[in-house]
Ligand binder design. Structure first.
Ligand SMILES: Cc1ncc(COP(=O)(O)O)c(C=O)c1O
Length: 464
């Protein structure tokens, strides 16, 4: 087939460096001339390469060679390539980022806010961005008014400030899920009140224990990632969300709902806890780092009346306001509909990766290895068979070109475990998920075999 020949030729040219990441490919029309075929054949070849994440398309601009890290097979014969499959790095999929579109938004923002850059801006964020954010939040079933939306310098800033603020309920202690996003652990370090943990398991959290904590624990807030949790990928059911909100209302506890990955949840039946909360007890927090760019440092918090003033004071004291230009660019990105189109693509990419990942887990992991199942492949965890330790497995795999992360730093001290790995497929090309998981499965088997041999020898020595 002619289109396959074109695919092959372009892959070869990428391999030997004649086409480098970021290079523009011939347009469809030019391609038909260059390759001596019909436009439809070029379209088919490009679609195939796009599916393999070897090229990406930028609307109104053209086709470009994707940036990527390569696996062993592809690395052979190419000296400069890093020989790794990276399940650690959890930024957004590089090949799917709409850089050029966003560049256009940045330019537009410079024009639009040229005068405003000469002075300080509103601590709460650009009013026109708040308006766009309120519209965008409706797609996530978060119905609120722009005045309640606070633009923050990454959602981590909102979490950090909220930990330090007094709450209207006058209570002191905090409950967090276990494990929990590492940034939250850092923000809680040295916190004056008590910090309680509650296990996040497949079905959610133990609601009886949560109720007991809410009732007796003088709890200021419960921090929860209600869907696609970092690191497990778990989500609460709608039933559990409703129940948690009811408990919060009954016992006068606030909920910080961190919906950092809500955009990637393609299951439209899922509602955020915020949707069940008429009383203003749920503080909704959102990040733009996982589906857009972490370097933008933009996030938001939707706050109840009783916290707005204190929060604004703390935010202004921390950094006066979040950078104007990136706020302006995000506003243009949202307003133009580019964000909605981008999210649609991202959701599909991560869903496909999640399916491939689960297949590979089923196929290659040895018995005794537990894995979590998630709608999005962004994060999942692997529970290693005893007595393997996560760090030892990570150290072993790195020698074989596979990067994985222990989640030891994501626990409160009394919950700490050392047999769990976190994997993100965000940066891993679809074609490398299977070889990566196979290598992990082989690594676990080999380490278990070595352990068994050691124990056998040890026993032998003792018996002698
Ligand atoms: C669950 C969760 N919440 C919040 C954040 C902070 O994101 P950012 O400050 O980049 O918006 C992260 C970052 O990884 C995260 O995993």
């Amino acid at each position: 087939m002619l289109y396959e020949k074109i695919v092959e030729q372009l892959l070869q040219e990428m391999k030997d460096g004649r086409r480098r990441p970021g290079d523009k490919l011939p347009s469809i029309r030019e391609g038909a001339e260059v390759f001596g075929c019909s436009r439809n054949t070029v379209i088919r070849a490009y679609a195939e390469l796009e599916q393999k994440h070897r090229i990406y398309v930028m609307p109104q601009s053209g086709y470009y060679v994707a940036h990527r890290r390569q696996g062993k097979e592809e690395a052979r014969g190419s000296e400069e390539v890093r020989d790794i499959i990276d399940f650690v790095w959890a930024g957004p999929d590089r090949s799917a980022m709409p850089y050029r579109d966003f560049q256009h938004c940045m330019n537009e923002a410079i024009e639009r806010y040229r005068e405003d850059m000469f002075t300080y801006s509103e601590a709460q964020g650009l009013a026109s961005l708040q308006f766009q954010l309120a519209r965008h939040l409706r797609d996530l079933q978060v119905f609120t008014v722009p005045e309640r939306i606070y633009v923050v310098t990454g959602s981590q800033q909102a979490l950090h400030l909220l930990v330090g603020l007094p709450f209207p309920n006058g209570k002191r202690n905090i409950v967090v899920e276990q494990p929990v996003h590492a940034g939250m652990i850092e923000s809680l370090r040295g916190y004056g009140g008590e910090v309680h943990g509650i296990w996040y398991e497949e079905g959610g959290v133990d609601l009886e224990r949560l109720e007991a904590l809410f009732r007796d624990g003088d709890i200021k807030f419960f921090y929860t990632v209600s869907r696609l949790h970092n690191p497990t990928g778990y989500s609460h059911t709608n039933e559990a969300r409703k129940r948690i909100v009811e408990l919060a209302q009954r016992y006068d506890v606030y909920i910080i709902e961190d919906d950092y990955l809500g955009d990637l949840d393609g299951d439209t039946r899922n509602d955020p806890m915020f949707a069940y909360d008429p009383s203003g007890r749920v503080i909704y927090v959102k990040s733009f780092s996982k589906v857009m760019l972490p370097g933008l440092r933009l996030g938001l918090a939707v706050l109840p009346d009783g916290l707005r003033e204190e929060f604004l004071r703390a935010k202004a004291a921390a950094d006066v306001h979040s950078p104007l230009l990136t706020q302006g660019a995000l506003e243009v990105f949202l307003e133009s509909g580019m964000f909605a189109a981008h999210i649609g693509r991202m959701r599909e990419i991560y869903r496909r990766k999640a399916v491939l990942l689960q297949e590979a887990y089923r196929k290659y992991l040895p018995p005794g290895t537990a894995y979590t199942v998630s709608y999005s492949g962004f994060y999942t965890t692997l529970g290693l068979p005893a007595p393997l330790r996560a760090q030892a497995v990570a150290d072993y795999l790195v020698q074989r070109g596979v990067l994985v992360d222990s989640i030891q730093h994501m626990y409160l001290p009394e919950f700490r475990q050392d047999g769990v790995l976190r994997l993100s497929v965000s940066q891993v090309d679809e074609g490398l998920i299977e070889p990566g998981i196979r290598a992990i499965g082989d690594g676990i088997r080999e380490l278990l075999r070595q352990r068994t041999e050691v124990r056998f020898v040890e026993r032998g020595v003792i018996q002698e």
